[in-house]
Design a protein around this ligand. Structure first.
Ligand code: 73E
Length: 826
């Protein structure tokens, strides 16, 4: 019997005992893996364990899907080209409440849960923050009992595996599926066709009306792979549906009909390339044809998939009551013309009705401000791949611009500025404009970002539609990034304020008074120390990097991008070294510090790759410099990913969030660090602004220009050389890099980076250098007083409950989605 209740109590479908768990595990090992316990490989054990846990979620999952469907609840469909899920086993154990059962069952078989979990290969189906945000959001949607589905792409190869060869990044393919993954359930029978290419033609339908028909040139099958998304503390289990491309028998209709067998087979490979690999670009789309194909592929499949769940004879005018599509950046925005095409061409609705439905069904989240990050697709390419969609976009634009002309008569400059079609440097579709025009709500991802979006990037649009614009500050799931990654801290919190905070994170406020409690501070420090020890031994084993855990852990992990300013952090390192070499400071007076970098560069981003080489080169020299007496160490473990983040973030004392103000839309790493008791050194950028406000200025190392200051310096004309010339310490650091000391005497090795800094420095590293160094000096002083540092760290934890993704989701619900919760139990 299915029933709906008001409770959100945890309920696993089958109450598991250690014995039943063990039986199921052994059954999996024998009948699914086909091995005996005695001869099972680590991967066999992992696969069997994961499937065992997965099976405990299935009943709740099927119940969730069925009851939501029967009730006709409004569904949130999150459309995202990326989901950076991280390892799944621990999260599944946590949400099913089976961690202890599994541990005991495995121990009784002489196995170790710790060993088995370490073999999991994470699905790296995302580049960075945007993909990880999607993963946090589906976790919170499930936890909050919201009927929701995540739609995306099942890339066969996720984000590349980074290695270093002689200090330079070398990319290796991430074949995460080589052993298969126990977490997915394919549904070949539910595949849908997606078409591309061809041409359009006019036709007369049965009612005698003239209609446009798209006659595609090729079709591809989209095969859905389902992943369960269990909520925490609830029976609700939602779905993540990732599409994989498979050739249809007649992929290319032309070749197929010509009877050229060899070409037809080759064409199949082309079809299946669509979901082959994730584009490794974060923030800088390259306008590649295959990427547009990927976008249309998953969006068309997802819309079709949803529409077929509607009952026979459903009145499409009511569509916005049943679904809300959330566009995770512009990557899925081709869904807007796609829904129009379906409604007008296939379902015969009038254009105006279709437009009303479409606009009310879509909302758009923008994640950037960088002009080069705003996607545009050339009209040529779009017209070749999706000829009907281009026509629809033109008509949407025409109608939109007619409205602009009516509101602003004679203002043709404005019309040109706002047109969805840009003319220069080539005719192209501005996807952010299409998304804005085609959506009910547009949101930025942090308060400052949403303001800048409204007042700068999309100012014409916000003047025209003031109510369209809103903010939803990002968040992170505390299940993964506190409970699972930092169990010692989670236990300490449980012992101090009781349980229940994990899905009510503002309750961390109750920790505030304990900042004044010496014994709590001691316990808190012990947690941090244990996390450092854990990280140090992991790094020794993973990378052969030997570190002392008796040091300030200063961490900067994020994609390598000039605007994030890894160079600024590196200049700080070089400055310390330079001052010691010059005898300005004594190594013995330094606070022992371990600087940890983690960063992947887009394979085609030359500057980012040169910066990686420079960091590795500096690390090599600094780590072996006798003058530093081991008090400054730089560690740059390769292949930073979610798995490593979960061990590194809890070990950090200092969180580096040092982007140029106005460039980082939000950041989410900044939230993870603060919630794990690291203090932030940061600029007033992205969500740092809100972190600073919440934790208080005395618990945050603020430095650097504000966004308006950046703007006025830029307006006045920025000359980095004058900062170099006017600052002896900065000059010392840059000259040391140019001296060849980090490159075996080669003075030209880093010219590409250094000359850019001196003569261009688009992100004003040199302008913020001095205040950054001063802020780092404040860090040193503060860290010397461990009691006071602990007080600040505790207050960071206590005051950042706001950054749970549960709160972000609640904001989306209140401001954008208006989809009621629907708790399910069996
Ligand atoms: O500030 C981050 C933000 O925290 C932003 O740079 C990132 O999104 C995070 C989540 O909101 C982001 N990624 C991309 N754009 N913004 C992006 C663009 C193209 C391809 C892949 C990722």
């Amino acid at each position: 019997m299915l029933q709906v209740t008001e409770t959100t109590e945890r309920s696993t479908s089958t109450p598991a005992t250690v014995d039943s768990f063990k039986d199921e595990f052994l059954r999996q090992l024998r009948y699914e893996q086909g091995v005996e316990l005695g001869t099972a490989s680590r991967d066999d054990l992992f696969q069997a364990l994961a499937r065992t846990v997965r099976n405990y979620m299935v009943d709740n999952w099927l119940t969730t899907v069925e009851t939501q469907k029967a009730a006709g609840s409004k569904v949130v469909a999150y459309l995202s080209a990326e989901y950076l899920m991280g390892p799944q086993l621990d999260n599944a154990l946590l949400s099913t409440g089976l961690t202890d059962v599994a541990d005991t069952a495995l121990s009784s078989l002489g196995l170790s849960l710790d060993d088995i979990r370490a073999t999991e290969v994470e699905p790296g189906l995302g580049n960075g923050g945007l993909g990880r945000l999607a993963a946090c959001f589906i976790d919170s949607l499930a936890t909050k009992n919201i009927p929701a589905i995540g739609y995306g792409i099942r890339y066969e190869y996720g984000i590349f595996r980074q290695t270093f060869v002689d200090g330079r990044q070398v990319e290796q393919p991430d074949s995460w599926l080589s052993n298969g993954t126990p977490w997915e359930i394919p549904h070949t029978d539910q595949a849908v066709e997606v078409a591309f290419g061809g041409h359009t033609e006019q036709a007369i339908d049965q009612t005698g009306r003239s209609v446009t028909r798209w006659v595609p040139g090729e079709t591809v099958l989209a095969v859905p792979y389902n992943y369960m998304v269990p909520g925490y503390g609830t029976a609700n289990v939602n779905t993540l549906r990732l599409w994989s491309a498979k050739a249809t028998n007649a992929f290319n209709l032309h070749i197929f009909n010509s009877g050229d067998y060899e070409s037809a087979v080759r064409a199949q490979t082309v079809a299946e390339n669509i979901s082959k690999v994730l584009y490794p670009e974060d923030s800088t789309p390259q306008g590649k044809e295959l990427r547009l194909k990927q976008q249309y592929f998953f969006v068309a499949a997802s819309i079709k998939d949803f529409l077929r769940t509607l009952p026979e004879g459903f009145d499409l005018k009511k569509l916005p009551e049943r679904i809300v599509f959330q566009l995770n950046d512009t990557h899925p925005v081709i869904g807007v013309p796609e829904l129009m095409r379906i409604l007008v061409d296939e379902r015969g609705l009038a254009w105006e009705d279709a437009w009303d439905i479409t606009r009310r069904s879509f909302n758009y989240t923008c994640h950037t401000l960088l002009p080069e990050a705003l996607e545009v697709w050339s009209v040529d390419l779009l017209g070749r791949l999706l000829p009907r969609h281009l026509e629809i976009i033109y008509r949407i634009n025409e109608q939109f611009l007619a409205g602009i002309r009516a509101t602003y008569p004679g203002d043709e400059l404005r019309v040109r500025r706002m047109s969805i079609i840009q003319e220069q440097p080539e005719r192209a579709v501005r996807m952010a404009f299409l998304a804005t025009v085609g959506s009910t709500k547009v949101n930025g991802v942090a308060a400052l970002h949403s303001d800048l979006l409204r007042d700068k990037v999309l100012d014409d649009f916000s003047a025209y539609w003031p109510d369209k614009f809103t903010n939803v500050t990002n968040g992170i799931t505390p299940r993964r990034f506190v409970q699972l990654s930092n169990p010692s801290l989670a236990n300490l919190i449980d012992d101090t304020i009781g349980t229940g905070w994990l899905n009510d994170l503002e309750r961390l406020k109750e920790l505030e008074p304990y900042a004044e409690d010496a014994s709590f501070r001691k316990a808190f420090r012990e947690v941090k120390q244990a996390n450092k020890d854990r990280f140090v031994s992991l790094l020794a084993q993973r990378d052969g990097i030997e570190l002392s855990s008796d040091a300030l852990f200063d961490v900067m992990v994020k994609r390598l991008h000039e605007y994030k300013r890894q160079m600024l952090k590196l200049l700080h390192v070089v400055t310390i070294y330079d001052r010691v070499l010059k005898g300005e400071i004594k190594a013995a007076d330094l606070t022992p510090r371990v600087v940890v970098f983690g960063a992947k560069a887009a394979p085609g981003y030359k500057m980012a790759k040169e910066i990686i080489f420079l960091i590795n080169s500096v690390a090599k020299v600094v780590n072996n410099a006798p003058e530093l007496e081991g008090r400054l160490r730089v560690a740059f473990p390769a292949n930073y990913n979610v798995t490593l983040a979960e061990k590194l973030i809890p070990a950090a004392d200092l969180s580096e969030q040092i982007s140029l103000a106005g460039k980082e839309a939000s950041g989410t790493g900044n939230m993870k660090f603060a919630l794990n008791g690291a203090l932030t050194i940061g600029t007033l950028d992205g969500a740092n602004v809100e972190i600073h406000e919440l934790v208080g200025g005395e618990n945050f190392f603020l430095f650097g220009m504000t966004e308006p200051e950046v703007q006025s310096l830029s307006d006045a004309g920025y000359h980095p050389t004058s900062f170099y010339e006017g600052n002896a310490s900065l000059r010392g650091a840059i000259d040391l890099i140019s001296s060849g000391i980090f490159s075996g005497g080669d003075r030209t090795a880093f010219e590409f980076v250094i000359s850019d800094l001196l003569y261009k420095d688009r992100f004003m590293v040199l302008a913020d250098y001095q205040t950054y160094i001063e802020a780092q000096e404040r860090v040193e002083v503060a860290y010397a007083d461990q009691e006071s540092w602990s007080r600040k760290a505790i207050l960071n934890v206590a005051r950042t409950g706001f950054f749970t993704s549960d709160r972000s989701i609640q904001d989306y619900l209140d401001r954008i989605w208006h989809a009621p919760a629907f708790p399910v139990t069996k």
